[in-house]
Ligand binder design. Structure first.
Ligand SMILES: NC(=O)c1ccc[n+]([C@@H]2O[C@H](COP(=O)([O-])OP(=O)(O)OC[C@H]3O[C@@H](n4cnc5c(N)ncnc54)[C@H](O)[C@@H]3O)[C@@H](O)[C@H]2O)c1
Ligand SMILES: [Zn+2]
Length: 366
């Protein structure tokens, strides 16, 4: 069992990682305090796949827990679904002692967290993440919210969970493309923070999830520890937390430019990290050997859909509209070596343009 403590004044919590942990949820709930009445939020399909084990664990601890299910997909991470959740909670007579259990990927985690943040002006929730992305990223750190028609994650709240309980065995049913999407984010942690983790992901990724469950547990713990460390030092994205955006500046622009349909989030970030490494190389911040290593690690991990249909203009527009840009300055998180990044506040637009144009030209030759 890996046990990581996320330290925040008055809101510290534990992140536990162990194969088979889902079976212990019932008995562990008791440790969170007495008088809790849990309600699970999940997707129907996911509940069908893994709900039995969770329900059995809760039943063994004397709890018969209601399940609120909502439709899956990013397109349902919106205010209408949130209202459905809240109204269900009212019908189930939820009160201030209710503990929501987010049982799903990042979509469920973000929505359940926000549902908890606002219901009766704030109730507690627990994260039991079921995708690799959620296990290493979205379930940790308390960012919650939903999308609007105008853009992603525009409405939300910082609301930390009471605990994050991670069972890597859940990933055995995850579609390979979703698993790979999470692995791109795992590489991100290696590049921004920890060379050893980078090497570990590169060496073992092909065996995940079933052929090396211990290795997978190690990778998840390595990533979760970095996320917890960063969040405990900078909960509300003052400056340090921005390092987690490595690969995301252009990644988000690529997602938007392709209408969120061509690429998974992880694939977009995969392209974004290659571009950031090339940009750092162009700006003389990163050695060529390291840039190549980052790129080949990402390419070996999983195929990245070609961007040959895109133009620089289509990418530039959403990039400049990104809510994270201030004024005309381009802020990029750029690697200086594998294991360390710098936040560069005044990246020249022309360097970004040349890097992207070159990358796209190469894509079309593929
Ligand atoms: N809060 C944060 O800090 C943060 C960070 C990163 C991403 N996010 C958010 O996370 C979301 C993406 O999360 P995601 O990638 O987990 O997507 P997701 O929640 O949509 O899950 C992907 C798909 O996998 C299915 N699934 C989940 N677990 C499964 C399992 N064990 N077996 C089989 N199928 C399973 C889901 O039903 C869904 O269809 C985005 O909305 C993004 O904005 C939030
Ligand atoms: Zn991401």
């Amino acid at each position: 069992m890996k046990n990581i403590q996320l330290e925040l004044p008055g809101r510290s919590y534990e992140i536990l990682i162990r194969n088979g942990l889902l079976r212990e949820v019932g008995q562990r709930l008791a440790s969170l305090g007495t008088g809790r009445t849990p309600i699970i939020v999940s997707h129907p399909h996911l509940w069908e796949l893994h709900g039995k084990i969770l329900a059995a664990s809760l039943a063994a601890a004397g709890m018969e827990v209601p399940v609120v299910t909502v439709s899956e997909g990013e397109q349902n991470k919106n205010l209408s679904t949130l209202e459905l959740i809240w109204r269900q909670l009212v019908r189930l007579r939820a009160d201030r002692r209710t503990l929501l259990i987010a049982f799903g990927g990042g979509v469920i985690g973000d929505m359940t967290g926000f549902a908890a943040a606002a219901f009766l002006r704030g109730i507690d929730y627990l994260q039991v993440p079921t995708t690799l992305l959620a296990q290493i990223d979205s379930s940790i750190g308390g960012k919650t919210g939903v999308n609007l028609g105008e853009g992603k994650n525009l409405v939300g709240a910082f609301h930390q969970p009471k605990a994050v309980w991670i069972d890597p065995e859940l990933l055995s049913t995850l579609p390979p493309r979703e698993l790979n999407s999470g692995l791109f984010e795992a590489i991100k942690y290696g590049v921004i923070w920890d060379r050893t983790l980078f090497d570990l992901v590169c060496a073992k990724a092909a065996l995940f999830p079933k052929l090396d469950p211990i290795g997978l547990e190690q990778v998840i713990a390595g990533c979760a520890a970095i996320k917890a460390e960063v969040v405990s030092q900078d909960e509300k994205e003052g400056r340090l937390r921005m390092v987690l955006n490595f690969g995301h500046t252009l990644g988000h622009a690529l997602e938007a430019a392709t209408d969120y349909s061509l690429l998974t989030h992880g694939e977009a970030v995969g392209h974004g990290m290659i571009l950031a490494a090339r940009l750092a190389l162009r700006m003389g911040m990163l050695a060529e050997t390291e840039s190549r290593q980052i790129e080949s690690a990402l390419r070996k991990l999983a195929p990245l859909p070609s961007l040959s249909s895109l133009t620089w203009e289509e990418i530039r527009q959403p990039m400049l509209a990104d809510k994270k840009f201030s004024g005309s300055k381009l802020r990029f998180v750029l690697p200086i070596r594998i294991g360390s990044v710098a936040i560069v506040d005044d990246t020249p637009l022309v360097a970004v343009e040349n890097t992207v144009r070159e990358y796209l030209a190469h894509q079309s030759r593929n």
